[in-house]
Design a protein around this ligand. Structure first.
Ligand code: NAD
Length: 273
């Protein structure tokens, strides 16, 4: 379904690794809503080659960039404005990675070099993207930047280890930069706190399957899918949300405001039977 919500808008979409990626669904939806955009990911992720299919389907140019590298980000924004023919109206930050999680290191024994890497890739990269766009004056007034977060920024989820800290920083950067960019250029910055979603990053977390089911049973609407998340991004990229900035929007089927559900109570009873 298309309402041409993003007709005439130019964007940059990061983080589409394969067809399960949230960013992949965002790109498909943005294309359907009439946007033109470039796709970007870390050069190493290009090796899988999957992103070429998405580029073909959406008529997009791929511009590789490691989101921790300022030179590569500068190239990303400069080339994107050239390829798309003007300033950028929306940016999706859909980037996360923890070497501590990859190596199964528990929170009480974090490797600090890895910890730095987790926060650099998963949080500072948002600041670096915003600072690059700001410096180059690459975004249109009323432009919109959205980054993806998780509720572990507010509450403890033991298996999420240092990504919880990274998400807390990410959300804070959205608020802080949102203030400065809003004042200077009316550019909006928000995060979406998304339900557990079956993607490469999601499945990399220990016990993800069990937790996915738990969250699904706790949420009155069930877990929000990647496609639904993409729809929420369309709203935030569009002019319909022009006064929404510096927010963390829970896109989780009601999970964040639910103490317990009948389904979870029933699970507890059957465990004790
Ligand atoms: N899957 C979930 O359960 C879930 C829930 C809430 C939030 N999120 C967040 O959604 C975002 C997207 O993740 P996803 O679930 O679609 O998984 P994904 O694995 O498909 O996407 C993560 C992306 O980050 C990219 N990336 C890693 N290091 C990078 C770097 N240095 N430079 C540029 N890109 C880099 C990867 O190549 C990949 O494309 C992440 O921020 C993630 O934390 C995911």
């Amino acid at each position: 379904m298309s309402n041409n919500l993003l007709k005439g808008k130019r964007g940059i979409i990061s983080g589409a690794l394969d067809s399960n990626s949230i960013a992949w669904k965002v790109a498909e939806r943005a294309h359907a809503q009439g946007a033109t955009f470039t796709l970007t990911n870390a050069p190493i992720a290009m090796r899988m080659g999957e992103i070429n299919k998405l580029a073909e389907a959406t008529g997009s140019t791929i511009i590789p960039a490691d989101a921790t590298n300022m030179d590569e980000l500068k190239n990303l924004f400069t080339q994107s404005t050239e390829v798309l023919g003007g300033k950028i109206d929306f940016v999706l930050h859909s980037i996360g990675m923890s070497p501590n999680i990859r190596k199964n290191i528990p929170y009480t024994k974090l490797n600090y070099d890895f910890f730095n890497k987790s926060i650099d890739v998963s949080a500072f990269s948002l600041h670096k993207m915003l600072a690059t766009a700001y410096e180059l004056d690459a975004m249109s007034e009323w432009g919109s930047v959205v980054a993806l977060s998780y509720i572990a920024a507010q509450r403890t989820y033991p298996f999420y280890t240092d990504m919880a800290d990274a998400k807390a920083v990410l959300e804070s950067i959205a608020r802080s930069f949102g203030y400065h960019y809003g004042k200077a250029k009316k550019v909006r910055v928000n995060t979406i706190s998304q339900s557990p979603t079956k993607t490469t990053a999601g499945n990399g977390i220990k016990g993800f399957e069990d937790f996915y089911d738990y969250a699904d049973k706790l949420s009155p609407l069930g877990n929000a899918s990647a496609e639904a998340c993409a729809d929420c991004c369309m709203f935030l990229f569009s002019d319909l949300s022009r006064m929404v900035t510096m927010q963390n929007i829970y896109h989780d089927g009601g999970y964040s405001n639910t103490g317990v559900s009948d389904e979870v109570m029933a699970m507890m009873r059957s465990d004790n039977a």
